[in-house]
Write a protein that binds this ligand. Structure first.
Ligand code: PLP
Length: 377
């Protein structure tokens, strides 16, 4: 049986046609875009054209886009900027942030900053009342992801920006999962910093960008002064053109993803599988589903599907090779529910047939478990 890949939120399958065509184009003219000769200038033009198009996708200006080695570097750059620009202060982050936000936030505590986590409810969204309660005159930055990587739940970014409108507080959003899957307008949302990544939308690994309003960011990686002095290192023209082209492709595919996601849910219901959706489905990305199966542990389900060449994820791997319950689902519900929850994330290659096979396998496993329980009586 062919592989059924349903782990796009971890890393999307690549748009190999885009990557190959882009390599072919570059092969004829390849050069360092910082070089002054005409080949260098051709590369520079490709780089800047991509930057312009990417800026448009989030309604920013091209000079506000700094290319980075991905979402992790972009997130780290924001906290490095805070460390370099303030002596102390309080930083609010949601309790469901990706480790690249959490770790880089807690890393600057030793320099005098205090990290305060905002709680999440069972809809998967941060609690606005908790956020309001925790904002103080000491707050210098709020960092809340646009959409969560495990549940796909979209956060109340607009509400947050309205709450801090006339306050002197910076606003960062990790848009790694949301970028390309929903329309994002950084101007309308009054976002100061946003981090994005290419491999989540079928582009190359280790490429992404940081949007910083009015270019206001302290360089994190120093050297040759590329990216207007904001991020040194020889520019990755291939990374940039692939990112731009994959963004366009992904945006064109949103409704296909929405339909497939709904098809998955309907199919589980039609087959009478005992499940619940984690979080508020109406308020989620078109490609991520987090499901709680009443009768199947995530460890069991992931392993069973794996041997059937179906790839999903849930929780996080620990040193014993076992799967630890997801902290995100635990914070929304309970550890017990997290132990029976998995993430299914679809993408451009997913078909109804793949979903039919997957649902059938889930149903089979549930029946096996229930049969055994009856026999053991
Ligand atoms: N932020 C979120 C929400 C993510 O899902 C990821 C990737 O898993 C990252 C940041 C890190 O991005 P990258 O892999 O490009 O460093």
């Amino acid at each position: 049986m062919n592989n059924i890949y349903l782990d796009y939120a971890a890393s999307s399958l690549k748009h190999f046609d885009i990557i190959k065509n882009s390599i072919n184009e570059l092969e004829k003219i390849y050069s360092n875009p910082s070089s002054n000769h005409s080949l260098g200038k051709k590369n520079k033009k490709l780089l800047e054209d991509s930057r312009k198009k990417i800026a448009k996708y989030i309604n920013s200006n091209p000079e506000e886009i700094t290319f980075t080695s991905g979402g992790t570097e972009a997130n780290n750059t924001v906290f490095n900027h805070i460390k370099n620009s303030y002596k102390n202060g309080e930083i609010l982050i949601s309790n469901i942030e990706h480790s690249s936000v959490k770790e880089s936030a807690y890393n600057i505590e030793k320099f005098g900053f205090k990290i305060i986590e905002i709680l999440t409810d069972s809809s998967g969204k941060i609690l606005i009342d908790d956020l309001k309660k925790k904002i103080s005159y000491k707050t210098i930055l709020i960092s809340v992801m646009y959409a969560n990587n495990e549940t796909g739940i979209i956060q109340p970014i607009k509400e947050i920006s309205q709450i801090i409108k006339n306050k002197n507080i910076l606003f960062h959003s990790d848009i790694v999962q949301a970028y390309g899957k929903v329309k994002i307008d950084v101007k309308e949302l009054n976002i100061d910093f946003a981090s994005a990544s290419s491999h989540k939308i079928g582009g190359t690994n280790n490429f992404g960008f940081l949007y910083s309003k009015k270019n206001c960011i302290t360089p994190f990686i120093l050297g040759g002064g590329q990216e207007n002095g904001l991020r040194s290192g020889t520019s990755d023209v291939l990374g940039a053109i692939v990112l731009e082209r994959c963004t366009e492709r992904t945006l064109e595919n949103i409704s296909k993803l929405e339909n497939l996601k709904n098809y998955f849910i309907t199919s589980l219901k039609d087959n009478k599988v005992n499940f619940e959706i984690n979080g508020d489905l109406k308020n989620s990305l078109p490609n991520i589903l987090n499901l709680y199966f009443h009768n199947i542990t995530s460890q069991r389900l992931i392993t069973y599907l794996d041997v059937n060449n179906i790839y999903i994820s849930g929780g996080s791997a620990c040193s014993s090779g076992n799967i630890k319950a997801s902290k995100v689902i635990t914070s929304m519900y309970s550890e017990k529910r997290a132990e029976k929850s998995v993430r299914i994330s679809i993408g451009f290659n997913t078909t109804k047939e793949m979903i039919d096979i997957t649902v059938k396998k889930i149903m089979q496993l549930e029946n096996k478990i229930l049969d055994r329980e009856v026999k053991n009586g």
